[in-house]
Design a protein around this ligand. Structure first.
Ligand SMILES: Cc1cc2nc3c(=O)[nH]c(=O)nc-3n(C[C@H](O)[C@H](O)[C@H](O)COP(=O)(O)O)c2cc1C
Length: 244
């Protein structure tokens, strides 16, 4: 297999890092790669904030529910969906366009594509990392903490560093469940998902010495229920997104 494909197939989130700095050159390369992600209409609707300040890291870690890698990671990049720059500099016949839902999806998509490219670049350079969406537990405080303008939403943090753990691959859904051809064929989904539930349950049992005994569906259900972030939608509207 090609080296790059091998790297992509072996992705795991890394939450423990060696006490080794990430050089400015490496950071610049990671951000340069992120910037070369494809972007809708060449709009580049995101801003990346490198979080160096320890106090800010501490606040983010707390907001994320005590995720200690947020504080410990040698490098942390905050990815923000950003229509502020566009609204300020791009001439349009109708200024209201920046408040519509489709441009919000553009901004979120652009940001996510750039972020994944940043992670891949980091992995190529021997780093590992994890995204932290937990910062949206209090999106409003994060918005304030970094003095973000209207139409700019912090989506997630990317914590990076040289790996100091080697977690096993997390099994993904059976390929036929996510890869359909020509139409949404669900015929085998029930059976495939039941098998996958059992597989994920085994994975967690092995990884946690039996402490976690959840199936995939249960685990996801718990995760979603614990993170009912209704205020995110209200706040996004407050700062100008999703108005039409
Ligand atoms: C947008 C996004 C937000 C995430 N937020 C968190 C988080 O707050 N805390 C965390 O530990 N992992 C977080 N993750 C990592 C996922 O839990 C992880 O990617 C998933 O369980 C699959 O595991 P793997 O990346 O090791 O394959 C996030 C991932 C994404 C893409």
């Amino acid at each position: 297999v090609h080296e790059m494909i091998d790297l992509l197939l072996n992705h795991v989130s890394i939450r423990k890092y060696k006490d080794k700095e990430v050089s400015k050159e490496v950071v610049d390369t990671i951000v340069a790669c992120a910037q070369m992600a494809p972007t809708s209409s060449h709009l580049q609707t995101y801003t990346i904030i490198e979080v160096k300040d320890k106090e800010k890291r501490k606040t983010l870690a707390e907001i994320a529910g005590g995720q200690k890698w947020v504080l410990e990671a040698p490098l942390a990049l905050l990815f923000c969906a950003d229509l502020h720059r566009g609204q300020k500099y791009i001439p349009v016949t109708n200024k209201e366009v920046f408040h519509n839902t489709d441009l919000f999806t553009v901004a979120v998509t652009d940001t996510a594509l750039a972020a994944q490219k940043a992670l891949i670049a980091a992995q190529v350079l021997g780093l590992g990392g994890v995204f932290v969406g937990g910062i949206r537990n209090d999106i409003e405080s994060v918005h304030k903490l970094f003095a973000l303008p209207a139409l700019t939403a912090p989506l997630f943090l990317l914590c990076l560093g040289y790996p100091d753990e080697n977690p096993g691959l997390k099994p993904r859904l059976p390929r036929e469940v996510v890869h359909k051809v020509d139409y949404y064929d669900t015929e085998r989904d029930d059976e495939l998902l039941a098998n996958y539930d059992a597989e994920v349950r085994q994975y967690y049992q092995a990884r946690t010495n039996g402490e976690i005994d959840d199936k995939w569906t249960e685990r996801c259900g718990k995760a979603i229920s614990a993170k009912e972030r209704n205020h995110v939608g209200y706040f996004l509207r407050e700062i100008g997104f999703l108005q039409k």
